[in-house]
Design a protein around this ligand. Structure first.
Ligand SMILES: [Zn+2]
Length: 192
């Protein structure tokens, strides 16, 4: 189910809508610099993430971001994102789902099969696994989020346990809702 979901344009459309909401919430606060009070203007980055469906429209290949409009300040403000993951060149949903599938340890989702399906290099996938295995469990983001979900979620099985938590009890059709909720949850842990 998850491997099919990664290729559904509807998932990215839903995530893009969430990114817009996260961006609006940041924009209304104005410039983040203390005592500036400048208005934030759009100053997006254009991106070309890999691993998703080819049919994704150009309008969604944008990392929403802002810049203070006040001369002499121009402070940048970038909201959290459910579509993009830091500077990684793959969609966040591809990173999270691929890592979770590998953690399931099923023959059909071996490292070789996953890298062929989604087109990333083996070393890229290994880097993501190292991130989820060694960096993410000790990160501030996870420290903020940890207490908001079940204690059954094991730090050694992230992101799989977290994704399972959001997919629990959901039918195949509701998979999109579960994945979206999981990514939204992760984005909420970012300090902004
Ligand atoms: Zn400013």
């Amino acid at each position: 189910m998850l491997s099919e979901l990664v290729l559904k344009v509807a998932l990215y459309e839903t995530l893009y809508t969430i990114d817009q909401t996260l961006a609006d919430a940041l924009r209304v606060k104005g410039c983040p610099r203390a005592n500036c009070n400048g208005r934030l203007h759009q100053a997006n980055y254009s991106r070309k993430p890999r691993g998703g469906p080819d049919e994704i429209g150009d309008a969604m290949l944008i990392r929403l971001s802002f810049c203070c409009s006040r001369e002499g300040c121009r402070r940048r403000a970038t909201p959290p994102s459910v579509l993009f993951m830091d500077r990684r060149v793959y969609w966040r949903t591809v990173v999270v789902i691929t890592a979770a599938l590998l953690q399931e340890r099923q023959a059909e989702h071996s490292m070789g099969k996953l890298t062929r399906s989604f087109g990333m290099a083996r070393k890229t996938l290994k880097r993501w696994m190292a991130y989820f295995g060694e960096v993410f469990p000790g990160s501030q983001v996870w420290q903020r989020l940890r207490g908001r979900v079940s204690a059954d979620i094991r730090n050694g099985f992230l992101p799989k346990d977290l994704l399972d938590h959001f997919l629990m009890g959901k039918s195949l059709e509701q998979g999109l809702v579960g994945v979206t909720a999981c990514l939204k949850f992760l984005a909420n842990g970012h300090d902004f």
